[in-house]
Design a protein around this ligand. Sequence first.
Ligand SMILES: Cc1cc2nc3c(=O)[nH]c(=O)nc-3n(C[C@H](O)[C@H](O)[C@H](O)COP(=O)(O)O)c2cc1C
Length: 387
Amino acid sequence: MAKWFETVAEAQRRAKRRLPGPVYSSLLAGSEKGVTYDDNLDAFSQLEFAPRIAELSAERDQSTSVMGVDISLPVIISPTGVQAVHPEGEVAVARAAANRGTAMGLSSFASRSVEDVIAANPNTFFQVYWTGSREVIEQRLERARAAGAKGLILTLDWTFSYGRDWGSPKIPERLSLKTAIEFAPMALSRPAWLLSFAKSLSLPDLTTPNLTPPGGTAPTFFGAYGEWMQTAPPSWKDIAWLAEKWGGPLMVKGVSRVDDAKKAVDSGATALSVSNHGGNNLDTTPAAIRYLPSVAQAVGDKVDVVLDGGIRRGGDVVKALALGAKAVMIGRAYLWGLATNGQGGVENVLDLMRGGIDSALLGLGKSSVKELSMDDVHIPDGFLRSF
Ligand SMILES: Cc1cc2nc3c(=O)[nH]c(=O)nc-3n(C[C@H](O)[C@H](O)[C@H](O)COP(=O)(O)O)c2cc1C
């Protein structure tokens, strides 16, 4: 079968066939009833384009910048934690992003080190949660700085929600021989996936090398999660402290409310991601695109406002830009590409985004992503939210 896929939906179908059931479900994620997950996707279908037919532009420019980094298309890699779905994981994603001229967000729960990832893509933003003491957080920042991270992403919308009406996957803490045998029936029904690890002489890595204490060993994913659960959530003062310690471009990720957006900017954020964590958190939060305009109108002239959640095609990117985002971040879209075909799969997804953005710009009569505005899209009554 040819490895190239024509849409993200096709990549997702292939990932489902290729991955063991629990691994596929971990990427699909979602929470509780899945209302937010679904709305992130449905909301884009409810927005309609208002195309033109003449005086269209023969040349269309997609370049922009986020957090001081120039990118060749308005799509960057959102940080995600479980890229051990492929032996090269985050390094493959970083290379793909570099080859396609865009930036990489690297999760602190990633399976590959910040040093390896920055070697593959110098335009990397390191993502942290508020977990551990201030001293420990500072050590992580300093490590990311020493590695050359171009910016920091502070994700603040995690609620430790668990339980999904469709069932949560069982994932082993470490893939030892014992758990490998336990999972063998599922893994053996996915020989291509297993073979990709056999070829790299490694087992899926469920440790978090970016959370290693100085001189210590990398905690397991669940060990790191335990520390986080025991950490008191941050105040605005804590966030301002982190912004000052970092002293460089800082994105606060997970913003829904206008008051929070303003406080994040006052606390030192230079960028915001309007996001509900891809529907993995507090279920029945509306689709992020619904409250993007309220946040963009409040602070878009002061900081870079990006959106993530539900982007599956170039047209979705164009709608988000028309509603006020400077760029978008993608999560599952590239994870399906990675699971299906490693680095090439992620490049394939970025190419699909670029192609779709170009078609939409052509149809809307724009020569640059910077010309997009609310006029280009019909927003149905009752669509928008403002908190
Ligand atoms: C499997 C998975 C793991 C994720 N891990 C993280 C993470 O470690 N840090 C973070 O800030 N966001 C994380 N996210 C959220 C993404 O960065 C992003 O907000 C979300 O995936 C966007 O929605 P989309 O998948 O519909 O594009 C994760 C999302 C998924 C699906």
